[in-house]
Design a protein around this ligand. Structure first.
Ligand code: NDP
Length: 280
């Protein structure tokens, strides 16, 4: 078993590493349930888990890898440096603490969770991530919730581009301008809240497309992310949804169906605004 033998395609990052295009998110999975939920996801076939120090459930993710009978190299693990860990030394300490909770020697992807521009320490935090990668503690480094100005500044000041920007993205909030900027900078777009936390799932247009393929609106939405070329990390604690969200490789949306979904963009952000968000 290896990442590349899974049914999930991988995307090549600008540093040459591969990321499984479909992963499993564990935001809002209670810490005491995370080992069980993440184990069930791994047994369903997911090989990529997205956690964060702020979710307080990294330990459960680490336990799940063992419980599912997998080796460290069989799984792709992302975690994130939270807002109160910005700063050069602080960010380094934060990854060491995450690795301890995960019981791992390295993560596959380490992200700055939010830019927190009001504190203005994201450049030195990024500098710390560059060193952490050089030290082998993170295979790849990236950011989350960065706006174009934040991306351009870290690249200008360090010469190192993030491989990924993980941002809110779903049919009601499609981030077209930001995706274009990512393409120009060689940054892979990763979609968080890919189902808008369930808000898109009753959309009549998505229902129509789902019915045409004999699948669910959740599956259509995840397929849309994949066909855009994004990495996507749906979350569920429900067994049948965990399996359903992984079963998205047996059908293809037509160009016309992709175009219909494009028309659903409402500029409708459900999460915080990255320009102002400081704490949860
Ligand atoms: P999602 O868009 O993945 O939606 C999750 C919600 O949808 C849950 O309530 C879940 O219910 C429900 N759901 C999942 N699948 C289905 C389905 N097939 N049919 C019906 N309902 C379904 O939201 P998240 O906010 O969790 O985003 C996913 C991941 O993105 C997070 O877990 C986290 O890893 C990441 N994230 C990152 C952020 C960042 O700032 N970088 C911010 C927010 C999220 P149930 O669990 O009850 O089954």
């Amino acid at each position: 078993m290896s990442l590349t033998s899974s049914t999930v395609p991988t995307v090549t990052l600008s540093d040459g590493e591969q990321i499984p295009q479909l992963g499993f998110g564990v935001f809002q999975v209670p810490p005491q349930d995370t080992a069980d939920v993440a184990t069930r996801a791994l047994l369903a076939g997911y090989r990529h888990i997205d956690t964060a120090a702020a979710y307080r459930n990294e330990a459960g993710v680490g336990q799940a890898v063992h419980a599912a009978g997998l080796q460290r190299d069989d799984v792709y693990i992302t975690t994130k440096c939270f807002n109160d860990d910005h700063g050069f030394e602080q960010a380094k300490r934060a990854l060491h603490a995450s690795l301890k909770r995960l019981e791992m020697e390295h993560v596959d992807l380490y992200l700055i969770h939010w830019p927190v521009p009001s504190v203005d320490q994201y450049v030195e935090t990024w500098q710390a991530l560059i060193e952490l990668q050089q030290d082998g503690l993170a295979r790849s480094i990236g950011v989350s919730n960065f706006q174009p100005a934040h991306l351009e500044r870290i690249i200008a000041e360090t010469g190192v581009a993030p491989v990924v920007n993980q941002v809110e993205l779903h049919p009601y909030f499609q981030q077209t301008g930001l995706r274009r900027e990512h393409a120009d900078l060689g940054i892979v777009t990763e979609s968080w809240s890919p189902l808008a936390q369930g808000k898109v799932l009753e959309d009549p247009m998505l229902v129509e497309i789902a019915d045409a393929h004999g699948v669910t609106t959740g599956q259509v939405t995840i397929r849309w992310h994949l066909q855009l070329g994004n990495v996507v990390i749906p979350k569920s604690v429900t067994q049948e949804r965990i399996e359903e969200n992984f079963d998205v490789f047996g059908f293809t949306l037509s160009a016309a169906e992709m175009d219909v979904i494009t028309t659903l963009d409402a500029g409708d952000r459900t999460g915080p605004d990255p320009d102002t968000f400081v704490r949860p």
